[in-house]
Design a protein around this ligand. Structure first.
Ligand SMILES: [Zn+2]
Length: 439
């Protein structure tokens, strides 16, 4: 199967030289990029690229996809009442059908906003994997593990067994990379973190964990263990080149060194950190200290979207103003954090448009006012682009979004299923009665 994307205005390769090619075409053969440049000839499928630019599909390294169902149920609240009064009561009623509906909506949203690989850490992750594989979406999926259980498992051993099963079932799937999700050092004991990291290492699996998200968390962990959460996680064997540490808003200088030495991938989630008022992660220090930094949205209850274009723009802006330095995070750095840096972390060759890489490609319509004049493609991608500019999405060479149309399902049906599932959770948890406009 060959797909030819012909005559694009530009191709943003994200290769080592960060080349942006003008008037180029892309040939994809059996899911792999075969040629980029002046390619012609026949193909099974030809996409007319005029008026569009191609970028590598964006990679969202931290999310809780099924939380699309909890979008907007509680905003503008302090973190702990938000969790205790709204989020956790609703989550306690989650069943596979809710997860299926919420994940389908989330994948549709991710695809329409230009994401081709999404990291997820939640409950019923087997259902999440089933939905992603059916919709042709690439995912790095970790079963969440908490000492006192989750909506899917009563106690921690059961949670770990679920994660083991997820890994065994999905490890050979071409689009899914399964792993372990110890929630955070304030919900998982050092002993359990150690057990989880041993299991992950045995199978070479990914670990996803929340680290140093709030000042409160850091103070609590320090009180209890005499060290910070990142240091504690390191001593439990959690950090490493197969580990994603989400948030990292409040690391100590020593902890920044630990992240670098262990080659841990940080997932910076600026929109969630802003909305929950967690703080501003010291990204320039992390990058300057040699830490690998990528970007994530976090769950739609704390964002409220899975939009990586917004995340790139906020990343580039927030560090400028907090340092009063417009050079703090340049556009190219923000784009790298959403493409090639996390691309080097996953087991597939993604995050660049280069020969030998998988055909994960996003095409944006640039014949709209905010793209004109087009002097600097990368700068426009971060500061001017809107996710609604996305017209085509290919994952593993398969067209998932065709001229703005999601071809894996009916959008209205997906909306209706998600609305039904969300109302059911509101009703069962009693949270719905507190909301205006819900009946
Ligand atoms: Zn999170």
């Amino acid at each position: 199967m060959e797909v030819l994307i012909k005559g694009l205005d530009y191709v943003v390769t994200q290769d080592d030289e960060r080349r942006v090619l003008r008037g180029a075409s892309i040939l994809i053969k059996d899911g792999e990029i075969e040629e980029v440049g002046h390619v012609g000839g026949p193909a099974d499928e030809v996409i007319d690229g005029r008026g569009m630019i191609a970028i590598p599909g964006l990679i969202n390294t931290h999310s809780h996809i099924p939380m699309t169902l909890l979008r907007g149920v509680a905003d503008d609240m302090d973190l702990f009442p938000w969790l205790q009064e709204k989020i956790w009561p609703m989550e306690s009623h989650l069943r596979p059908d809710h997860i299926r509906a919420g994940t389908t909506l989330g994948v549709l949203e991710a695809v329409r906003t230009g994401t081709t690989t999404i990291f997820d850490m939640y409950f019923f992750e087997d259902v999440v994997a089933e939905v992603l594989s059916r919709l042709g979406m690439r995912g790095v999926l970790s079963e969440a593990i908490i000492d006192f259980g989750t909506p899917e498992c009563k106690e921690v051993d059961e949670c770990m067994a679920l994660a083991d099963r997820l890994v065994r079932k999905w490890r050979d799937h071409p689009l899914i990379e399964p792993g372990y999700g110890p929630h955070a050092p304030y919900t998982v004991s050092p002993e359990n973190m150690e057990e989880i990291s041993n299991r992950a290492k045995e199978s070479g699996s990914v670990i996803q964990i929340h680290l140093a998200e709030t000042e409160k968390e850091v103070a609590e962990v320090r009180d209890k263990y005499g060290k910070g959460p990142i240091e504690l996680a390191h001593e439990s064997g959690v950090l490493g080149s197969r580990t994603v540490a989400a948030h990292v808003v409040w690391p100590s200088r020593e902890e920044i060194s630990l992240l670098r030495e262990t080659s841990t991938l940080v997932s910076h989630n600026p929109v969630s950190n802003l909305k929950l008022a967690s703080g501003i992660s010291p990204v320039p220090e992390l990058v300057g200290g040699g830490v690998r930094v990528s970007l994530g949205t976090d769950g739609p209850a704390s964002n409220n979207t899975l939009d990586m274009f917004e995340t790139m723009k906020v990343t580039a802006l927030i560090h400028k103003v907090s340092r009063r330095d417009p050079k703090a995070v340049p556009a190219q750095m923000a784009l790298d954090m959403a493409t090639r840096i996390p691309g080097d972390f996953v087991r597939w060759k993604v995050g660049r448009i280069c020969e030998g890489y998988r055909g994960d490609i996003v095409l944006l319509n640039v014949r709209v006012p905010w793209w004109v004049p087009l002097h600097s493609v990368v700068s426009h991608l971060v500061y001017s682009a809107r996710s609604t500019d996305v017209r085509y999405v290919l994952i593993d060479g398969e067209v998932i979004l065709e001229d703005g149309r999601f071809i894996k399902g009916d959008e209205e049906e997906i909306f209706a299923e998600a609305e039904k599932a969300s109302l059911d959770l509101l009703e069962k948890s009693g949270v719905g009665s507190l909301l205006k406009g819900v009946n």
